[in-house]
Every structure is written in structure tokens, then in C-alpha cells.
Design a protein around this ligand. Structure first.
Ligand code: IMP
Ligand code: MG
Length: 174
């Protein structure tokens, strides 16, 4: 059931197809290696779980939680680690898995923080990119969809912790 305030931007089928394409590219690029995929909680959970099941290479997973928007839809610009990794990433091939790059503040902070821990390689895969809202220069290594500047929910993304369970990615209309 789709509520009146929601408009589908990307259907579950479109997302599924693109996630499988991203998985083949990542599998090819990391062939012969076992990367550590770091999911950024909580929004990237659905993307990470779909992505890893379409990979044909072995991976490890870990999670980090960082503060971003709180209860608002505007970025505070403040990034704080709320849950850190369980293990060291030194000398590992690390791939950060994020739901969406918006201002770019979260990922530029995370990349800088993780690179100081001396991984062998460090890359970023994001399902969505909203380049119009960028406040710092940031280019993801893998990107599912470039989308216009609209607030989206579903497929793991929330508004005030609601709507994460929706299979489609939807625009939340004011
Ligand atoms: P950034 O630091 O501005 O790039 O923010 C990235 C984070 O903001 C993402 O990981 C999301 O949690 C959140 N975010 C940005 N845009 C949206 C959106 O349209 N819907 C839901 N969450 C969003
Ligand atoms: Mg997020």
C-alpha cells in the first residue's frame, strides 16, 4: 500500500536490477580478494544485504553508526561516531556501503577517519547520489542512481525513523 504523500521514484524492480549490476562490477573489481564491507547504519542495511547476496566473491561485513540528520531533513554538518567497528581494518580492502550521498559531509568525514586506520584500499559504494546538494567535493567510487534534490524514503531510508521497510524508493511530499 502506498500512502498519498508518497510517490515512487525508483521501484523495487529497478533497484534490484541496478544492485545486481553494481554487485557484478564489484565482484569483478575485487576478484581474488575478500573485501570488508562497512555498512553505515541504519539506512544502508537493506542495500548492503541485497548487494552481498548478489556478489560472487567472499566478503566480511561490519557496521558503523554516525550521527547525521537527527530528526530533521536538513544536515547539521556535525558528524559523530555512535557505533565504531568491531575490528581493525589495517591492511584490508575496505568498501564503505552507504545509502545516499547528499551534502557529502558524512562520507568525507568517514573516509578520512577510516583512512587514518591504514586500510590497504578504501572505496565507497552508494546506492544514491544527490550531487545538487554537495557542500564538499566528494565522488563515490560506485553509485547506483544519481537523483534530483528530493527527500526520499524507503529501501532503508527513513524520515524520523519511519518508512525504512518500503520496498520502493519514494519521494516524501510535504
Ligand atoms: P550527507 O552527510 O549530507 O551526505 O548525508 C548523508 C546522510 O543523510 C545519509 O546517509 C542519509 O542518512 C541522510 N539523507 C540524506 N538525504 C536523504 C534523503 O533524501 N532521505 C533520507 N535520508 C537522507
Ligand atoms: Mg545514512
Amino acid at each position: 500500500m502506498v500512502e498519498e504523500r508518497l510517490e515512487v521514484m525508483l521501484s523495487a524492480e529497478e533497484i534490484g536490477k541496478r544492485v545486481r549490476e553494481m554487485a557484478s562490477k564489484i565482484s569483478a573489481d575485487y576478484k581474488g580478494r575478500k573485501p570488508l564491507l562497512i555498512g553505515v547504519l541504519k539506512g544502508a542495511v537493506i542495500f548492503l544485504s541485497d548487494l552481498i547476496r548478489s556478489l560472487d566473491i567472499p566478503v566480511e561485513i561490519d557496521f558503523m553508526a554516525v550521527s547525521s540528520y537527527g530528526a530533521d531533513t536538513a544536515s547539521s554538518g556535525v558528524v559523530r561516531i555512535q557505533k565504531d567497528l568491531d575490528r581493525s581494518i589495517k591492511d584490508k580492502d575496505v568498501l564503505i556501503i552507504e545509502d545516499i550521498v547528499d551534502t557529502g559531509l558524512t562520507l568525507s568525514y568517514l573516509k578520512e577517519n577510516l583512512s587514518s586506520r591504514q586500510p590497504k584500499t578504501l572505496k565507497v559504494a552508494t546506492l544514491l547520489d544527490k550531487p545538487e546538494r554537495r557542500e564538499v567535493v566528494f565522488d563515490p567510487d560506485y553509485c547506483g542512481f544519481t537523483i534530483p534534490d528530493r527527500f526520499v524514503i524507503g529501501y532503508g531510508l527513513d524520515y524520523n525513523e519511519d518508512y525504512r521497510q518500503l520496498a520502493d524508493l519514494c519521494i516524501l511530499k510535504a
